[in-house]
Ligand binder design. Structure first.
Ligand code: SAJ
Length: 424
């Protein structure tokens, strides 16, 4: 039997690699995105995001003729929706407008027995109560005519292909047929264990995973704040505590970014604000870390009576060695420092276009005449900086390390005054 044809709506961090994997497995895949420049780049075999293996795999998929991109859906047997689900920062509720418009965009093409899969992370009940409902409301199909399922992605930027192909995964349909069809499809993608459940359980599994991580990061951040008060080094404490076989304290830092962990817990808070008190508090703690980081910098500047301060912000992305700066704490920290009258000289080796005020393309440029080096992201390049070479460029060689990722002793030897988040 011929393989079913697949139309993937949303050619972003998940939709594109998913399309490539299915195309290279021999499926005919139509990638669809509303942005014409993305469609053009894909058809030219040019990667639109920085991700290991993306370029070679994309070229293979396009040159085999199995992957072609369009600016609207095309008739297919399976539709996979992989569009963003941001949080509305005013109401803290999921903004489902892209899921809704993606679902409406496939209505003209849907035929009996097609399978519609939602991969985007969504509040519990969305696959059944929004996607399936929109399809039924079109009035063309009876309840069992169209299969609908949720298949949450679990891949981490920087290791997208490896994780999409190896992580255990769960699929859940709105009925048993939908579950089984989604299961059969994803058997072609993952070598990990594939589990079957219902759509709402699958949605909840994804939210629980990211919320677990957010709450644990918040705990690490709260410990870091306490350690600063008690004049302890939290990084040493965590290292020793994690020797216990059942303890895994996460890593503190200047905040939690990305489109997932900083967003998804809000979907659970919105589902039951009276119950989700710990989750809300965790979100608030993590959201307070950029302000705390900026305050520590301002205190150092004030204590040293530095006038017309210049701060070198190293790292703009939401985590190390990726080019993604969505919800990145660094952006907020730059804005807070700017509001305090600090001249910000920002740098990021993974962000080649200028995204914030005062962005420089070379580390040396960002360090010139600076009063403080603020390390926010543990990019590999920053771990290799020779403190002796940058000390001479700065007006005041002061280091504030928020990731405990460089050798503070070497910086001290090079004449730096050093400060550590979660320590002193
Ligand atoms: N962070 C800390 N301390 C830590 C771990 C992370 O401060 O101990 C910060 C990072 O610096 C970053 C943020 O948290 O700002 C999130 O980074 P991450 O690497 O933990 O996760 P994401 O957002 O890149 O990807 C997550 C993953 N989920 C889990 O690990 C449970 C990934 O598997 C999901 O596919 C992805 O969310 C998603 O799409 O939901």
């Amino acid at each position: 039997m011929d393989k079913p044809t697949i139309c993937v709506i949303g050619m972003g961090y998940i939709g594109l690699p998913t399309s490539i994997i299915f195309a290279n497995q021999g499926f005919t895949v139509r990638g669809c995105d509303i942005k014409k420049e993305i469609v053009g780049a894909i058809n030219d075999g040019k990667p639109i995001i920085e991700e290991p293996e993306l370029e070679e795999r994309l070229k293979t998929a396009v040159s085999s003729g199995n992957l072609h991109a369009f600016d609207k859906p095309t008739p297919s047997d399976i539709y996979i929706i992989a569009v963003p689900t941001p949080v509305n920062h005013v109401t803290n509720e999921a903004d489902l407008r892209y899921v809704e418009s993606a679902t409406r965009s496939i209505l003209p093409y849907l035929k009996k027995n097609n399978l519609v899969i939602l991969e985007s992370t969504v509040p519990p009940g969305t696959t059944r109560d929004l996607v399936k409902r929109i399809i039924l409301e079109a009035g063309l199909f009876a309840d069992n005519d169209i299969q609908v399922a949720h298949a949450p992605e679990k891949a981490i930027p920087g290791k997208l292909f490896y994780e999409l192909e190896h992580n255990d995964r769960i699929v859940g349909g709105v009925d048993a047929n939908s579950t089984e069809s989604a299961y059969q499809l994803y058997l072609h993608m993952t070598k990990g264990q594939l589990s079957k459940t219902d759509a709402t359980t699958a949605e909840m599994v994804k939210l629980v995973e990211n919320t677990y991580r957010d709450v644990n990061i918040a705990l690490a951040n709260e410990f870091a704040l306490l350690a600063e008060r008690l004049d302890l080094n939290i990084w040493n404490v965590i290292e020793y505590a994690n020797h216990h076989p059942r303890v895994n304290v996460h890593t503190p830092g200047p905040g939690v970014g990305g489109h997932c962990i900083a967003v998804d817990p809000w979907f659970l808070v919105a589902a039951a604000p009276d119950i989700m008190k710990l989750v809300r508090t965790a979100r608030e703690i993590n959201d307070s870390m950029p302000k705390h980081t900026a305050n520590r910098v301002m205190n150092i500047i004030k204590e040293r009576h530095i006038v017309d301060p210049k701060v070198s912000v190293l790292g703009l992305t939401y985590k190390a060695n990726v080019d993604d700066f969505r919800e990145s704490p660094s952006i907020e920290i730059c804005e807070l420092l700017d509001k305090e009258g600090v001249e910000v000289l920002a740098h990021d080796p993974c962000v080649t276009h200028n995204h914030v005020k005062g962005q420089c393309q070379k580390v040396e440029e960002a360090m010139k005449d600076s009063d403080l080096m603020l390390l926010l992201v543990a990019h590999d390049q920053y771990k290799k900086i020779d403190p002796r070479s940058v000390a001479g460029l700065m007006r005041h060689p002061i280091l504030m390390d928020t990731k405990n990722c460089i050798d503070c002793e070497a910086y001290k030897k090079a004449g730096f005054e050093t400060h550590l988040l979660g320590g002193n």
